[in-house]
Design a protein around this ligand. Structure first.
Ligand code: 2HG
Ligand code: ZN
Length: 453
């Protein structure tokens, strides 16, 4: 295979294997080559070459995705944006930061912070994920109830389409009433329309010091009642939940101490920006009220920045603490008001149909997003395990369709959710999406087989 002169290309087995996949399990990477362009022009040259030679391209960021959208399973060329990692500019008046797509999220967040600003889209994979990948999946995470998703922060994108054209979309204008906003088509497009090479995001002012509460409760129905009561009194920046099983794995695998000794079936982590000293007193009053009503079993509040970090570990370490159990993952959402119904119905079905499964529930319930991880029983064959999990999928996706929810809240469709897209999007919508892809990618070389066929 003749590759483009001047573009770093690797074909050794180790590189092919590690760059041909993301954090999703159950697929086999099989790329033809991995390339590392260093400029938008080099990306354009690659796309033109791929069109001419009928080679498929898989854009690749930090590869922390969980829907196999960054997998190359079929002889594709992986285009890693890793070497395009320059932070290009901060503009203090526009309050934006412009970066190449390969900048790691945490580095961007730090750069913003060191310059007196805050980039608020945040999640556990911040240390490896890249801004281009965040845009391509419209990353959400832990602060969505306060600050929204990635989409809300993108002010400008530079992209190379599947045709090989370079587009600059929106150019950081706040107001721009000139027809279709193509920037938003690329956000969440999972690399199927083109390759994002440069991203400009808005910044906001730094938050006040956060306070974290971890509360225990024994009733599923209490989780959202407590949310309602806290929301009435405070501007919350996070409202997360996890089960006693999740806590068991985090405390045993990651050496993180439990928040308190009273056993509880469910735990809630609440973060609030401390805008006054009154806040803690007001929160304690509410805490007492909720305890007296029997909604809360116990609770703790952070007393220092270190305790904020430690309490967050209880929630953020769940993925790592359960990874040795080869979890079968789902990442779904319903309208916030329908979370209780979904939780009650789904957990009853799981308990009835698959009582031998350990199911770790956690997630960003404040925005309606639940992560459901079924752990593989030690004595069960993988094929049998996957077959039974697919049965759970079947039931769950029909339930989501009935509740008008989504089969993927934030991890994306990729290869994993492709067969089930029809449960969340109408056939007309899917057909329009296909037609849109054809306009941007007439030869079908951009991440083919992801989202839909
Ligand atoms: C999180 O919220 C991530 O921690 C990962 O979205 C969820 O591992 C998972 O299922
Ligand atoms: Zn999540």
């Amino acid at each position: 295979m003749t590759m483009i002169e001047g573009i770093e290309t690797h074909t050794d087995v180790e590189t092919l294997t590690s760059y041909g996949k993301d954090w999703t399990k159950h697929f086999t990477p099989k790329p033809k080559a991995v390339v590392f362009p260093r400029s938008t022009e080099q990306v354009r040259d690659l796309v033109l070459w791929a069109r001419k030679n009928k080679v498929a391209l898989v854009p690749s960021g930090g590869r922390t995705g969980l829907s196999a959208a960054a997998y190359a399973t079929n002889g594709e060329v992986v285009v890693s944006l890793e070497k395009m990692n320059k932070i290009l500019e901060i503009d203090y008046l526009d309050q934006v930061i412009r970066c190449e797509a390969g900048v790691v999220t945490e580095r961007l967040q730090k750069k913003a912070w060191d310059n007196g600003f805050y980039y608020p889209v945040d999640f556990a994979a911040r240390g490896s994920s890249q801004i281009g990948g965040n845009v391509a999946t419209n990353a959400g995470g832990i602060k969505v109830i306060r600050y929204g998703l990635t989409r809300q922060w993108v002010t400008s994108l530079k992209v190379v389409t599947g045709i090989g054209e370079i587009l600059e979309l929106n150019k950081s204008l706040v107001k721009n009433a000139t027809g279709y906003d193509l920037r938003h088509l690329f956000i969440g497009s999972e690399g199927t329309l083109g390759i994002i090479t440069e991203v400009t995001v808005a910044l906001t002012k730094q938050p006040k010091e956060p306070v974290v509460f971890v509360l225990g409760t024994n009733e599923l129905s209490s989780i959202m009642e407590i949310y309602k009561r806290f929301k009435q009194k405070f501007l919350l920046s996070a409202y997360e939940m996890f089960t006693d099983l999740a806590l068991k794995y985090v405390t045993s695998q990651c050496q993180v101490p439990p928040p308190f000794s009273t056993p509880s079936r469910f735990y809630i982590l609440i973060e609030i920006e401390k805008d006054s000293d009154e806040l803690i007193n007001k929160a304690m009053e509410l805490f007492t009220e909720l305890s007296e009503e029997g909604l809360i079993t116990d609770g703790t509040v952070s007393q220092s920045p270190k305790q904020v970090i430690d309490l967050w570990k209880l929630r953020e370490n769940i993925t790592e603490a359960t990874s040795h159990k080869q979890p079968y993952k789902n990442d779904v959402s319903v309208r916030v008001s329908r979370v209780p119904q979904f939780l009650v119905e789904m957990s009853a079905i799981l308990a009835k149909e698959h009582p031998d499964f350990e199911v770790v529930w956690f997630g960003h319930v404040g925005d309606g997003n639940l992560h459901i991880n079924i752990l593989k029983p030690d004595n069960m064959e993988n094929t049998e395990f996957v077959k039974r999990c697919k049965h759970v999928d079947e039931i769950m996706f029909h339930m989501l369709e009935r509740l008008e929810g989504s089969i993927s809240a934030e991890h994306g469709v990729g290869l994993v959710k492709k067969p089930f897209l029809k449960h969340s999007r109408s056939l007309n919508e899917i057909s329009l999406m296909r037609q849109i892809k054809k306009v941007f990618d007439p030869d079908g070389i951009m991440n083919p087989g992801k989202i839909f066929d």
